[in-house]
Design a protein around this ligand. Sequence first.
Ligand SMILES: C[S@@+](CC[C@H](N)C(=O)[O-])C[C@H]1O[C@@H](n2cnc3c(N)ncnc32)[C@H](O)[C@@H]1O
Length: 207
Amino acid sequence: MNESANFSNIHKFYDFINSLTTLGFDKSWRKLAAEKLNPGSVLDLGSGTGASYSDLINFDVTALDPDEQMLSLNKFDRKIVGKGEDLPFNENSFDNVLCCFVWRNISETEKAINEVYRVLKPGGKFILLDMTRPKNSILKIFHRIGTFILLHFIGLITINLKEYRFLHKSLDFYPQPEVHLAKNEYLSLDIKRTGLFDFVYLAVFTK
Ligand SMILES: C[S@@+](CC[C@H](N)C(=O)[O-])C[C@H]1O[C@@H](n2cnc3c(N)ncnc32)[C@H](O)[C@@H]1O
């Protein structure tokens, strides 16, 4: 089991820092993820402050997150406190599950992937967006040094060193997504990389 970040400590400036650390690209990556959704209902898993709100205007959204402080800033109408490992919904409930920048916080990912499968309708999409390390081993070293400096610096100036140290370490929690996500019971899985050194991935699962 992984340790995890306490998002309550950083909820007020989470969105700002997120944009800063991704040079504003987080918005375009979330938009890219939302474009993969089927029409209908969406479970925004790990919705946090609701950063995907503007991308999900045309969907029937349920926002779920374990952190009540993050949810207090979230504009979606339907908000539920809960975890990806134990979803409080019946099977075949949603047309889509969207999960942006959350996966590294989930300690029991196998359980969560099965839970998402259970609550999705047949043909439903599980859209998973997150950061990882580049595939190339040289670029991986540069990336590790860069994120170490940047995230420790942000941790120090916001007096939340523990949370930002976690975010740095969490990039190494799991194997590359092409390996880590390969074992699943979905009908299909497509993984694309983007961002500097390809450190961001977008995985599209179809049930
Ligand atoms: C980095 S934020 C991402 C928020 C939002 N999805 C976004 O795109 O900015 C990670 C969120 O995952 C939530 N989280 C942590 N552990 C979780 C779990 N086991 N299941 C679901 N969400 C979790 C945190 O509370 C936090 O709000």
